[in-house]
Design a protein around this ligand. Sequence first.
Ligand code: UT7
Length: 328
Amino acid sequence: MNTKAGIVGVGSYVPKNIISNFDLEKIMDTSDEWIKTRTGIRERRIVDENEATSDLATKAALNAIKDANLTPEDIDLIIVATITPDMIFPSTACLVQANIKATKAACFDLEAACSGFIYGITVAKQFIESDAYKHVLVIGAEALSRILDYEDRSTAILFGDGAGAVVMGPVSEGGVLSTSLGSDGNGKDYLNIPAGGSKTPASEDSIKNRLHFIKMAGNDVFKFAVRIMQDASVECIESANLEIQDIDYLIPHQANIRIIEASAKRLKLSMDKVYVNLDKYGNMSAASIPVALDEAYREGKIKKGDNIVLVGFGGGLTWGASVVRWSI
Ligand code: UT7
């Protein structure tokens, strides 16, 4: 029989420090009212000075491995989806491997911005279903507060830090029924960090011009997001041979409540089937979907046999969706 890949354990971790909209009011020209009504965000978590992405990823990973009733030595591959690696290299996945002592695992980072977790589970599925690896740890982890410009109110209010992880492995029932990925590099200027790579290495000028921080064309990303959340969801539901009525729960990327509500409306899915936690965490890029998945699972919102759609979009531009029939 052909091997089927599914999620066999899930976990997450968010840092302790809470920054509310009222805290932001004190350092920039914004208001709790504006942030709440335009985005749905009330507060976000941020790392302290001694924490980095790998620390958050490590805690989420250990929670997911425990949930799967496995040990770190059972892990064959670690994929960390992130745009805030601890360093350019080595990969954050290697740092997590050392922390958790997953001595048998191969490791790499995957960069598809906020779609990174969906890309990650898609890659893991291929390794498991080709019988190359048995257990793959997929982590979405970000310390976005490290790349935010607190002089730019249009981005600084949106993002937060956190990590979510799943262990994927062979399942006898359900599993990842379909995935659908896409990219459009022509949208590279909509969302990026201009400097710090080989094109514009760090220099006095790059620092003076604040080029090491996130830049975003918010309105363009907004329009793209609403369209692509619908298109990607429909594509992966169809390729799973399902219809929208068969979907029990939607776990969308947590960027903006208005994007989520508009997408749900277009999909004709009522909001009680849609998980939202961006009020507590803001947008955690690659970590948003796995943290939401973990919380939805712990709150009993998803049960064995449920058909769940995971869907996200982000810098690149990139997008991805997946139908998962819950197997635990
Ligand atoms: O993971 C993917 C990443 N990104 C996204 O998904 C973001 C997608 N985009 C968005 O969520 C929205 O476009 C934003 C939340 C970023 C902006 O909301 P908007 O409703 O599109 O606002 P806007 O950019 O059109 O700005 C409206 C007004 C402007 O003032 P004027 O020109 O009308 O006087 C802005 O200067 O709001 C002003 N503004 C703010 N005011 C208070 C922008 N940011 C703020 C702020 N506080 N933080």
